[in-house]
Design a protein around this ligand. Structure first.
Ligand code: FAD
Length: 171
């Protein structure tokens, strides 16, 4: 978007003169919490679909949910989803209190989005050939998970924010 020769009356200005960057970065923090929450939701749905499928899909005379390899995937999904959810809640809590929390927000987005990417791939794996097909929805979850690593700031940019905060805090 280009705003050229655009004059805005002072009465319509957001905040004080010189506060623009601070306001823009604050808006990004709120948006990133939303993306972290989106990633948690995508992963949760993929896990539930994979778990239900594993309980009813029979191979080698058993439901595949009885194979330990499948159980380990589901256990890792459940644990990582919970960790991402708590990071996201923490970021949302800090933001709602008006505390400066760009580092905590970046951690939530980085962890939740890479977790969603990793586990939607696993969900596709649990569904086998069906996982790759559009009818079973987990392939959509995989595609949706990928964008959470990109928009509202890429994972590389999240790491820059986290490292910047860490190095600043170390003095
Ligand atoms: C579906 C979709 C919806 C979107 N919605 C919006 C929206 O509503 N509003 C909006 O403003 N934008 C939106 N975007 C844009 C999105 O935020 C950008 O695509 C994203 O921030 C990445 O910017 P870029 O595409 O210019 O990639 P680039 O900045 O060109 O990055 C390309 C690659 O280089 C890496 N990179 C760049 N700089 C560095 C660095 N300093 N150190 C290490 N690696 C680096 C990136 O991490 C990435 O891997 C949307 C994008 C998509 C795909």
């Amino acid at each position: 978007m280009i705003l050229q020769d655009c004059r805005v009356p002072a009465a319509n200005r957001l905040g004080q003169e010189g506060d623009g960057l601070k306001i823009a970065l604050g808006a990004l923090d709120s948006g990133r919490i939303g993306i972290a929450a989106q990633a948690v939701g995508i992963a949760q749905s993929a896990m539930e679909k994979a778990g239900r499928y594993a309980k009813q899909r029979v191979q080698f005379g058993k439901a595949i949910a009885e194979f330990q390899a499948i159980q380990w995937m589901l256990a890792d999904m459940a644990t990582d989803i919970e960790a991402a959810r708590l990071l996201t809640y923490r970021a949302a809590y800090l933001r709602s209190k008006g505390v400066r929390c760009s580092g905590e927000v970046a951690m939530a987005k980085l962890f939740a989005s890479s977790m969603a990417m990793r586990h939607t791939v696993q969900a596709v794996q649990i569904l086998g050939g069906y996982g790759y097909m559009r009818e079973y929805e987990v392939e959509r979850h995989l595609r949706d998970a990928k964008i959470t690593e990109i928009y509202e700031g890429t994972s590389e940019v999240m790491r820059l924010v986290i490292a910047g905060q860490l190095l600043k805090d170390l003095g």
